[in-house]
Design a protein around this ligand. Structure first.
Ligand code: SIN
Length: 276
């Protein structure tokens, strides 16, 4: 008996988890129950938590080694903790487009845990889209075709010297790196290692082209998939309050941080879990 309760929040994905204090050292069966809820619901939410960076790190480490972002500077004492801050004077936010975290790495992250420190009075929600639901909704013919394809991912569009992130956000230390243009190839359909469920694995931020296809050919199919994958019925939406936590599975979920709170401050802390 772990004492946690799980309430679904939407048809395709998302569940709110109650009855657990993430700042406490949690028993193995509680961690197992949280992990089960994560892989089943793809994104899980917690309310009214109070986490120091050390406690967030300790919770994250129960799920795997933590990533140090190659282009976004973490906290001075805790490089694995990324502070996602939008100041009232900032125009552009971090994560303000559909993506899954770190697909530009050779071994992409499996999950991200985001904790809200300070939230705007209104706005600043995060949208999530199930790429498993998106895959399920395709025709068997296209599913089969996609299962035979891989795609090339790169951080270049965001983090190269000419990239969007490098130029736009004053409140976060984002480095411009020539190395960001490096490319890694991942299957376009990911089979979840824990559930066996298939999910589309391409995203508009980091997927550059289909392996072995020209950019023009790739664009036609990728544009179709990007449009399809954000269909409203595949999504859920989370409204943040200070102390809220979202934990999403990057293997099967896209997310999108809404930028609809000009003149207000939003401060989050993220840890990102790598495959063990
Ligand atoms: C992110 O892309 O990790 C940021 C999400 C958010 O700030 O809501």
């Amino acid at each position: 008996m772990t004492g946690i309760d799980v309430r679904r929040v939407a048809g395709a994905l998302g569940a709110e988890i109650g009855g657990v204090d993430l700042s406490a050292p949690l028993a193995d069966d509680t961690i197992a129950a949280i992990r089960k809820a994560l892989v089943e619901h793809q994104v899980i939410f917690f309310r009214d938590q109070s986490l120091t960076p050390e406690q967030q790190l300790a919770f994250g480490r129960r799920f795997g080694p933590l990533n140090i972002h190659p282009y976004v500077k973490g906290m001075a004492d805790h490089p694995e903790v990324m502070e996602i801050i939008k100041e009232p004077s900032d125009r552009i936010n971090f994560g303000g487009g559909w993506h899954s975290d770190m697909s530009f790495l050779e071994a992409p992250s499996i999950g991200s845990i985001l904790y809200a420190v300070e939230t705007p009075d209104y706005g600043g929600d995060t949208l999530f889209a199930s790429q498993a639901a998106a895959f399920d909704a395709l025709s068997p013919g296209l599913q089969k075709t996609l299962e035979g394809l891989s795609a090339v991912h790169s951080a270049g569009r965001e983090y190269a010297p000419t990239g969007a992130s490098a130029q736009s956000r004053g409140s976060m230390q984002i480095s411009e790196a020539e190395g960001a243009v490096g490319e890694y190839v991942h299957p376009m359909v990911k089979v979840h290692p824990e559930t066996g469920r298939k999910a589309l694995y391409v995203n508009p931020a980091f997927t550059m082209r289909i392996e072995g296809w020209s950019r023009r050919e790739s664009k036609a199919l990728l544009d179709y998939l990007f449009e399809h994958s954000r269909f409203e019925a595949f999504t859920c939406r989370f409204g943040w309050k200070p102390g809220s936590v979202a934990f999403w599975d990057n293997r099967s979920v896209w997310h999108f941080a809404l930028n609809d709170y000009p003149g207000q401050r939003r401060h989050m802390r993220r840890v990102t879990v790598d495959a063990a």
